[in-house]
Design a protein around this ligand. Structure first.
Ligand SMILES: O=P(O)(O)OP(=O)(O)OP(=O)(O)OC[C@H]1O[C@@H](n2cnc3c(O)ncnc32)[C@H](O)[C@@H]1O
Ligand SMILES: [Mg+2]
Length: 201
């Protein structure tokens, strides 16, 4: 059985694949968007992570007929009233410019004291395997925003996010450590029962 991971973000796609493989979703061949013929992708305009994840997974399923998982994720910063949220990928105005996005957030939070720098990474994962066969799950990972970027692993806001209970940023964790703790790991593990069922078809 094939499973399509409907994402254009190579780093995110790497994490999605790694987590599924680590969880031993055996008997499922995991494909990315580069492994299927291109199809028009709708813009991510929903105000919620859930809405965007479901739209991406439905598009992928409708275009390919393959059971599809999509991830919509981002960082919700307390002092910014939950923003960048669904706008995380393009917070600085340029889609996917991690450096500009993190620099902008650090500037916005310059005068925010340490005790008010709380934030949460959020990941919603949607699974669509047929008309009406849909599941959406959510994983969260609390932490604080640091004052300068540190670490080379991960992507996006990882260099400025210090997970709760840790003294380093999520970009300083090993990939395996991040997967165990992360919003994405948590969300995908909630999908496992559905994916295992798929593997048995
Ligand atoms: O929509 P797709 O094609 O999957 O790729 P994308 O990068 O546009 O993904 P999103 O729309 O879900 O935006 C997610 C953004 O949130 C941030 N983000 C999500 N998960 C993250 C993580 O684990 N570590 C750091 N930043 C993360 C990062 O800036 C991502 O670009
Ligand atoms: Mg996106």
């Amino acid at each position: 059985m094939k499973l399509l991971l409907a994402s254009r973000n190579k780093k995110k796609l790497g994490e999605l694949r790694r987590i599924l493989l680590a969880e031993g979703v055996a008997g499922v061949e995991v494909l990315g968007l580069d492994d299927v013929p291109p199809f028009p992708e709708a813009p991510e305009t929903d105000p919620t992570f859930e809405g965007n994840a479901l739209a991406k997974a439905r598009d992928a399923f409708n275009a390919t007929g393959l059971p599809s998982v999509a991830d919509d994720s981002g960082i919700a910063i307390d002092a910014l009233n939950g923003m960048p949220g669904v706008l995380s990928a393009r917070w600085s105005g340029v889609h996917g410019n991690d450096l500009a996005n993190t620099e902008l957030v650090l500037g916005q939070l310059r005068d925010v004291p340490d005790e008010r720098r709380g934030a949460a990474f959020v990941c919603t994962a949607a699974f669509v395997a047929g008309p009406g066969v849909e599941t959406v799950v959510r994983g969260e990972w609390r932490g604080t925003i640091t004052r300068e970027p540190k670490g080379e692993n991960g992507f996006g806001y990882d260099p400025i996010f210090r997970p709760e209970g840790h003294e380093v940023t999520s970009a300083e964790l090993s990939p395996e450590e991040k997967d165990k703790l992360s919003h994405r790991g948590r969300a995908l593990r909630l999908l496992l029962p559905h994916l295992r069922e798929l593997a048995q078809r």
